[in-house]
Design a protein around this ligand. Structure first.
Ligand code: 1CP
Length: 343
């Protein structure tokens, strides 16, 4: 019998109070994170330094007593191991070069160097060793389409429709890239599980606006392939899919046997998720991160409403996306104490 509330709920049992963790709980809002990040010199140095990355992974558990730690890393380490250069422009975000849209798949290394990812597994080992056994350690990766969007344009695509057009113009190239990412991601997550993570979350951050046919082909099918393969190797691993912006196509995610949990974004109606997804999968998240930034009565009202809707169903408390960087950590502590009070 597991003592981890997150694993308990992911096995399909309602837990009261619901387990709590937050997306981007480590890197967005904590002053202690900023200190460690400074010590590391750069974000990527931090990702590849197991001792410091492990310290940062544990910080939110130490400060907030959340039920899970999420590995400190990034979804863009995979393209780096596939041969693209990765760096971060201050105030602008990630850059990958050479980008694939104009250079084709030759932009990638003939032989990917997946040994670059070894320090990440070491972070997992060190973290699992230090983490309280009642807390879960979540490993993660980006879903292939989401990672492909950065690889194709070499940066964050503010205009996702350009990527759809690219797919319609060069479907074979995009599908080949997704296929390679799927294979690499299976290996990456398999190693995270072997190193000790309890749960995997797959982030599909750029599903929004895709027609259903593409959601099926580019998002759901590759994500399900990853999850199915991981479950074959590790039958007890729990897997949460987070297709942000998938709208009512979430129902199809609910039908995929290899997922245990579905994380819902800010736009998903809670009652709809409870009625349509809860009978099939554990629902996670949903609350607007900007409510936590605001704090006060609006945050309190929303938190209690969410808790009421999912009372008696297996549910993981989380937000509809990562914390807003301007969020005051005392709002987070207050939110947690509210969720942990009986209704
Ligand atoms: O709590 C944590 O911080 C955990 C570690 C974590 C995770 C789970 C980081 C650290 N990034 C991620 C996931 C991630 N990275 C996603 C999926 C979740 C989401 O949609 O937010 C995505 C899309 C990325 C890509 C990425 N990496 C961006 C987004 C750019 C865009 O397109 O808007 C950025 C800015 C990064 C860098 C990054 N990753 C993590 C941190 C702390 C940072 C900031 C680096 C810095 O400038 O110091």
């Amino acid at each position: 019998m597991t003592t981890q509330p997150l694993l308990h709920v992911l096995s399909g049992q309602a837990v009261e109070p619901p387990p709590i963790w937050f997306m981007r709980q480590a890197g967005r809002i904590l002053p202690e994170y900023r200190k460690t990040r400074e010590q590391a010199g750069s974000f990527l140095n931090l990702c590849y330094d197991p001792q410091l990355a492990s310290a940062v992974t544990l910080q939110p558990v130490e400060r907030f007593d959340v039920d899970a730690a999420i590995l400190f890393a990034d979804i863009l380490l995979i393209p780096q191991s596939m041969g693209q250069k990765l760096w971060f422009e201050a105030g602008e975000g990630p850059r990958l070069a050479p980008e694939i849209e104009s250079n084709g798949l030759q932009a990638l290394a003939k032989t990917p160097d997946f040994s670059l990812l070894n320090p990440i597994y070491e972070t997992v080992r060190q973290t699992r060793e230090k983490l309280n056994p009642a807390k879960s350690l979540i490993g993660f990766a980006g879903a292939p389409w989401t990672v492909a969007t950065y690889m194709l344009h070499g940066k964050s695509s503010k205009d996702p429709s350009a990527l759809r057009s690219l797919y319609y113009q060069q479907p074979d190239m995009v599908l080949e890239l997704i296929e390679r990412l799927t294979t690499a991601t299976i290996t990456y997550l398999d190693h995270q599980i072997k190193a000790g993570v309890d749960v995997i979350q797959i982030f599909e951050s750029w599903a929004q606006g895709l027609p259903a046919e593409l959601l099926e082909k580019l998002c759901l099918a590759p994500t399900a392939k990853i999850a199915t393969s991981l479950k074959q190797k590790h039958p007890n691993i729990k897997i949460i899919a987070f297709p942000r912006g998938a709208g009512s196509f979430l129902a199809a995610y609910g039908d995929e046997p290899s997922f245990d949990g579905i994380s819902i974004d800010t736009s998903v109606p809670w009652q709809w998720a409870k009625d349509v997804i809860s009978p099939k999968k554990v629902v996670q998240g949903g609350m607007d991160p900007l409510l936590v930034r605001a704090g006060g009565p609006e945050m309190e009202r929303a938190a209690l409403k969410l808790k009421r809707i999912f009372a008696d169903s297996p549910y993981i408390f989380n937000l509809g996306h990562g914390f807003d960087p301007g969020t005051d950590p005392t709002h987070v502590s207050h939110l947690i104490s509210l969720i942990r009070q009986p209704l």
